[in-house]
Design a protein around this ligand. Structure first.
Ligand code: FE
Length: 211
């Protein structure tokens, strides 16, 4: 039987998870355990201020500046802290570079560890059981599901995030992007390309391949 929300008796109520969140927020506020204004500030930060655009800026800078890239790959934390990208869920970052010889892909097999300061809130699929199990077992099939087919001689390396280490993939710079400034380069970098489930977009298709 189809589930039609338009004439559903509960259509005016928020969805079940939203209701549960609201109920929790109400209880915690009444008990004085949280400050609603602070909560709004945190949500605004992660919805509007922190997101994949931060990671894309880092990638664009690495593509443009060899010294920056070398420092980033050698020890990412101080380099990222200089740019203001640090904080919760980004305490120890490791940047792994895609090359013709090796493609990198990031997963958290235990839960959903993810570099929030650089990529924002993780997408639903990143937290799914299927991705977490299959990324390690059959990474090439997972990549194919994302529409990525790599040359047979490109090795795929899967990095398992933990509470201590978070990874960011530095995708390969697309051909035909010579002369692009950092803003133009950043527009080629999707969230998924920094998780390793996509490649950076070629310049001509960048308008369709937005985050
Ligand atoms: Fe995790």
């Amino acid at each position: 039987m189809p589930h039609d929300h338009s004439d559903h008796p509960h259509a005016l109520l928020p969805s079940d998870p939203a209701l549960r969140v609201k109920a929790l927020e109400t209880i915690l506020t009444r008990k004085g355990l949280i400050e609603p204004a602070a909560l709004d500030e945190i949500i605004d930060t992660y919805q509007n201020k922190i997101g994949p655009q931060n990671g894309a800026r880092v990638v664009a800078k690495a593509w443009s500046d060899p010294a920056f890239k070398a420092a980033l790959l050698a020890d990412a934390d101080p380099v990222l802290a200089d740019l203001g990208y640090y904080g919760r869920q980004g305490e120890h970052m490791v940047v792994v570079e895609n090359t013709p010889a090796q493609h990198n892909m990031v997963v958290c097999t235990l839960c959903s560890c993810y570099p929030w300061p650089l990529l924002g809130i993780p997408p639903g699929w990143y937290k799914s059981d299927a991705y977490r199990a299959r990324a390690v077992r059959e990474p090439r099939r997972v990549l194919a599901d994302f529409g990525v087919t790599l040359p047979a001689d490109t090795a795929v390396r899967v990095w398992d995030s933990t509470a201590e280490v978070r990874y960011l993939v530095l995708p390969m710079r697309p051909d035909d992007s010579e002369g692009f400034d950092e803003d133009a380069l950043a527009a080629l970098v999707s969230r998924d390309s920094m998780i390793g489930t996509a490649l950076a977009s070629p310049p001509q298709s960048s308008s369709e391949a937005s985050v």
